[in-house]
Design a protein around this ligand. Structure first.
Ligand SMILES: Nc1ncnc2c1ncn2[C@@H]1O[C@H](COP(=O)(O)OP(=O)(O)OP(=O)(O)O)[C@@H](O)[C@H]1O
Ligand SMILES: [Mg+2]
Length: 140
């Protein structure tokens, strides 16, 4: 899948559509440079899953959890920013691995390259490329 967007609203709209295809148990690594639109995409996914709270970058707290009401399959969204992590740091300290096997949780990880060796094999990757206001979002 390859999506091209020209505004952050379009990126959020595409992410909302993408969210509707999720069943629970998915783990996504979002790969792209600073400002590529990873957090914007996460905000759209959160909206699409019915989360009303504002979703901001968890740069300093590393991981945020959002409970989801009224979705029969997905009870929680986890949003991780691994920008400040590296593979030598155990993920247990932030409490992430306990969610890897949960089939009622969706996990979104920005900068997954930094913790790649600690992520489960089922992790899928979405790439964000940017050119001025254009964003190319690719997903296999
Ligand atoms: N088509 C677009 N899609 C998404 N964001 C866009 C687009 N055009 C411009 N932008 C702008 O690009 C920025 C994307 O920021 P965002 O925080 O989503 O990036 P990020 O990939 O999460 O960066 P970081 O690595 O710093 O966390 C925002 O300022 C947004 O307004
Ligand atoms: Mg971000």
């Amino acid at each position: 899948m390859k999506i091209i967007t020209n505004t952050s609203e379009e990126t959020q709209d595409e992410a909302m559509k993408f969210a509707k295809t999720l069943k629970g148990g998915e783990i996504f690594g979002l790969i792209g440079d600073l400002g590529a639109g990873k957090t914007t995409f996460c905000q759209g996914i959160a909206k699409g899953l019915g989360i009303k709270q504002n979703v901001n970058s968890p740069t300093f707290v590393i991981m945020k959890q959002y409970n989801i009401e009224g979705n029969s399959n997905i009870s929680k969204l986890i949003h991780v920013d691994a920008y400040r992590l590296d593979s030598s740091q155990g993920l247990d300290a932030i409490g992430l691995p306990e969610f890897f096997a949960r089939d009622d949780v969706v996990i979104l990880i920005e900068w997954p390259q930094n913790i790649k060796t600690s992520l489960p094999a089922k992790t899928k990757y979405i790439s964000f490329d940017k050119d001025k206001k254009k964003r190319i979002i690719s997903y296999n």
